[in-house]
Design a protein around this ligand. Sequence first.
Ligand code: NAD
Length: 437
Amino acid sequence: MKIAVIGTGYVGLVAGVCFAEMGNAVICVDTNAATVGKLRKGQSPIFEPDMDELLARNIAAGRLSFTTQAREAVDGADLAFICVGTPPRDRDGEPELSLVYGAAKDIARAMTGPLTVVIKSTVPVGTGDAVEEIIRRTRPGAVVSVASNPEFLREGSAIDDFNRPDRIVIGVEDLRAQETLQRLYLPLCAAGAPLIVTRRRTSELTKYAANAFLATKISFINEMADLCEKAGGDVTELAAGIGLDERIGRAFLNAGPGYGGSCFPKDTCALLHTAQEYGVPLRVVEGTVAANNARKHRMAIKVMKAAGGSVADMKIAVLGLTFKPDTDDMREAPSIPLIRHLQRAGARIAAYDPQGIRQAREHLSDVDFHDDPYECARDADVVVLMTEWDEVRTLDLARLNRVMHTPTMVDLRNIYAPELVRRFGFRLAGIGRPATP
Ligand code: NAD
C-alpha cells in the first residue's frame, strides 16, 4: 500500500520505518526542514534502538522517503497517518489540537483519490469527528474515511513494541476503513497480535484509559513505598508479593521518583479535562495525578535528608536524566523538578546521562553536564541514581566511592541491594525500604 505519515517524531518515524519494512511504500512528512534533511541522509533525529539500521535499509530499498510537503506524500496514497504532537495547551490539561487539525487540512488539500485518514496521535474523544468535518469542509465530495488507531509503543523499545504489539486497536465508522487497516496490519496479526475493532470514540478513549491505568499502578506502588518507609516494610518485596497475583501483574510496580515522559503526565490530565467536560468525576485518576505531583517535592526532600538536612553549597551528582532508560526524551522527566528544587536549596549540580544531555540543556541551566559517571561524581557529597540506564546499573561502586567527597547514595530506582552498597562503604537512601546507616 502507499502510505503517507504526517509527523516524524517518536511515533510517526517508528510507524513509517516499520510500515516500510513490511513492504509498503511510505513517504513521511515533517514541517521541520532540519529533521527532514537529517532523515534523508539516514540520520534519525531521535534515539531509538535499531532505528538507524531500519532507516538505512528501507531508504536504500526505495520504500521510504521524506519530505516537507504533504502534497508529495498524500498524492495517490491509500492511507494517511496523522502522528503530530498533542502537547498540553495549558495547566488544566486540555491538549493542543491545532497541529492535528493543521495536518487534517494539509491532507484534505493534497488528497487526489479515495483515502483513509488514520489518527495515531493521542487525541481526546470526538477529535475524529472534528477531523472528518475539517476534511469534508475543505474537500466537499471527497471519498474519505477517518479512523482512530492509537499507538501504545514505549520509547526505548518502540520498534519492537510496534512490531510485536500486545494488541492493535482500530476505531472505525465504516467498512472501507476497517478493511484497509485490517489489510495493513495483516502481517502483525498473522504473527499473533490481537486486533480490536471498535467505533472511533471508543478507540480514542481506550488510549487514555490505558495510560491512566498504568499511571495509577505507578502512583499506587509509590504510595505503598512511602508507607513502607514509615512502617518498616520493603516495597520491592511487597511488589513481588502482590505482582505475582495474575489479577494484579508485576509490571509497572517499580517504586520510583514518579512517572514522567511525554505521555503519562499529559494524558492523565487530558483525561481529567475530558471527564470534567462530560461532568463525570474520575476520582481514581485525580488521586493518581495528585500523588505524582506531590512526589516531585518529596524526592527533593529525600535527597536533602540524606545530605544531612541541607544541600547548601554541596555538590550533588545526578546519574541519569531522561524519564527512563534507552531514550533521549527529556519531556516531563522527574529529574527536572528535582534538580531545580535542589538548585533553589543552594546545591551545585553535576549530571550524567548517556543520551539525554542535548535535550536536558533545553530544560536545565547551571548544570555541569558530563558524559562519564565517575567524572560527574568527582568530589560530590551525594550521588542520586535517577534513571536505570545499564551504565548506572553496572557502576564500579569502589571507584565511585573513591572519587566522591562523601559516599552518600540516594537510589531513586532501588537499583542496588542495600547490603552491597553498604559493603562498598556508602550511606544509602532508597525508595520504600529502610535507610541504611
Ligand atoms: P513528537 O513531538 O516527537 O513529534 C511530532 C512531529 O510532528 C514533530 O517532528 C513535528 O515537527 C511534526 N509536525 C507537527 N506538525 C506537523 C504538520 N502539520 N505536518 C508535518 N509534521 C508536523 O511527538 P511524538 O512523541 O511522536 O507523539 C506524537 C503523538 O503520539 C502525540 O499525540 C503523543 O501523545 C502520541 N504518542 C506518543 C508516544 C511516545 O512514546 N512518544 C507513544 C504513544 C502515543
